[in-house]
Design a protein. Structure first.
Length: 105
């Protein structure tokens, strides 16, 4: 797979990982338990760390080295991951209730 294809794959994986806490009722897709909002945010942070680890591994595989990043890089990627999570968050807290309501008539 070409490097451009790997970068696209990484973005798709990050998008899916950012939405998993709100689309699944299982904690980390393994443990079946009732998830509170705090547990969902904790799972989201774990998914951010896993996506970051995958990106570091991909960078090392493609370039043979790991480039040092400042705090600005991590704040930017955290905000991007937050934007990626928006569809799942809206679905879980707004759209699911709206779709499950019975339409009068």
């Amino acid at each position: 797979m070409a490097p451009a294809g790997l970068y696209g794959f990484l973005i798709l994986v990050a998008f899916a990982a950012a939405n998993m806490p709100w689309l699944s009722d299982r904690f980390l897709l393994v443990f079946n338990r009732d998830k509170s909002v705090w547990l969902r945010w904790l799972e989201w942070l774990v998914m951010y760390a896993l996506a970051g680890g995958l990106s570091v591994a991909l960078e090392y595989k493609l370039t043979g080295t790991r480039h040092a990043q400042g705090w600005e890089f991590y704040v930017t990627t955290l905000c991007l991951f937050l934007v990626f999570a928006l569809p799942g968050f809206i679905y879980h807290y707004d759209l699911k209730r709206l779709l499950s309501r019975k339409m009068p008539g």
